[in-house]
Ligand binder design. Structure first.
Ligand code: HSE
Length: 404
């Protein structure tokens, strides 16, 4: 089956490479081979074998009736949205790693796909090369998934790991992550948690079957995390991780991305460097963990190509119309952020110790506090935390994923 790739950047060139390297294996496993007929990019690539199939015009792809599957790995929500919609309307399945587009327009694009007998698949948009979306949508059908705690951003996990283990600086670790091709073009999306927020929106929407928009994912990044926070974390036998936490209870869902203290006895503690992981709790299966490379050229390409093979199979069998969209546009019933509950490690100025003891009541000091006062709160709602913290000079606050 002829396929096309939109974008020949890090992931696009990975998709081209994986399809060519694993040609026979893919054909054998999927029962249908993939042949790259066009690669769309604005740039030229003199001397690169891609030159033979390179085009600067999307119409070459849209008007080629033999192309049935398209990989959209351009990123962004401008041209990527227009081209995806046009490809689906032309009856071509689209497979993507573009979490921004899936989180914002996924529902609409799944609908267009259904109407035109093709698929919109996005395994690579969450967790890079880790099969995560397909297991949730198929292998765990027998379960009600009650919560999911995940590390979904390789760049920030890389930075936090380097800060924790090598005492490396923030800037230097970010630069390393960028050089290895993990970071987004604008690293703010990684550092401030927006990338993990989009992935959390996608996962929460799949779990609910209704839309959990990015606005409904409370998001905090890692730019305020300091070396001192790691010192206290170590005293508590914990590390600092940027977690995505989705909880489903009583027909409502809560979703957030924020730095958390993760204790050594939690499986997510050992997830180091650029690796991603997801700890899923189902009411029947209990805890299960998915782990692997959440970013990078070939891991992400692996997930895109897996989707392309599935789409190709599906197009060949003409069974797309039987597919159920992952979620509908109906908004999910989202828990207001005020009601979220957690314990926190809080650091205040030494002069505020008595005031903090009074307003937080149940606290556990984390000693020695070195010229400040550090303590663990009991589990409390965000609303109660804000009330208790009022008037105190808070140096930092990091929620914990443990309660004692
Ligand atoms: N910038 C992302 C990360 C790439 O670091 O995880 C994969 O989505």
């Amino acid at each position: 089956m002829k396929v096309a790739i939109l974008g020949y950047g890090t992931v696009g060139s990975g998709v081209y490479e994986v399809i060519n390297t694993n040609k026979e294996i893919i054909a054998k496993k999927a029962g249908v081979g993939l042949e790259v007929a066009h690669v769309l990019d604005l740039r030229d690539f003199p001397g690169d074998p891609v030159e033979k199939v390179l085009t600067h015009d999307i119409n070459d792809i849209l008007n080629d009736p033999e192309v049935k599957v398209v990989a959209e790995v351009m990123g962004g929500v401008g041209a990527a949205l227009r081209f995806t919609r046009a490809a689906l309307e032309a009856g071509k399945s689209v497979c993507t790693s573009n979490k921004e587009l899936v989180a914002t327009h996924g529902c609409e694009l799944m609908k267009v796909a259904l109407e035109h007998g093709c698929r919109y698949l996005f395994e690579a948009s969450v967790g890079g090369g880790i099969p995560l979306i397909r297991p949730i949508m198929t292998a765990l059908h027998g379960d009600d998934i009650v919560h999911m705690k995940s590390i979904l951003n390789g760049t920030t996990n890389y930075i936090l790991t380097r800060m924790s283990e090598a005492g490396a600086g923030f800037e230097e670790s970010l630069l390393e992550a960028q050089q290895k091709g993990y970071a987004e073009a604008d690293p703010t999306a990684d550092i401030e948690g927006h990338d993990a927020m989009r992935k959390t929106s996608i996962l929460a929407s799949i779990l609910e079957g209704k839309y959990v928009s990015c606005e409904n994912v409370h998001t905090e990044g890692i730019s305020a995390v300091t070396a001192a926070d790691f010192k206290y974390a170590r005293k508590l036998h914990a590390g600092v991780k940027l977690l995505s936490v989705i909880t489903r209870e009583n027909g409502r869902v809560s979703a957030m991305v924020a730095p958390f203290l993760v204790r050594e006895d939690n499986e997510l503690y050992g997830v180091k460097g650029v690796k991603n992981a997801s700890l899923i709790c189902g009411n029947a299966v209990g805890d299960i963990m998915f782990y692997g490379s959440g970013a990078g050229k070939l891991p992400t390409a692996s997930a895109v190509v897996a989707d392309m093979a599935e789409a190709a199979q599906c197009m060949a069998e003409m069974s797309a119309a039987k597919q159920v969209p992952a979620w509908t546009e109906e908004p999910a019933d989202v828990v207001p952020f005020d009601e979220y509950k957690s314990a926190s490690l809080v650091r205040v100025e030494a002069a505020d110790e008595q005031a903090a003891r009074k307003s937080f009541k149940e606290i556990r000091e984390v000693a020695p506090s070195e010229g400040e006062f550090a303590f663990l709160t009991s589990v409390m709602t965000e609303k109660d935390y804000v009330k208790a913290a009022e008037g105190l000079n808070i140096i930092s606050r990091i929620r914990t994923d443990f309660v004692d």
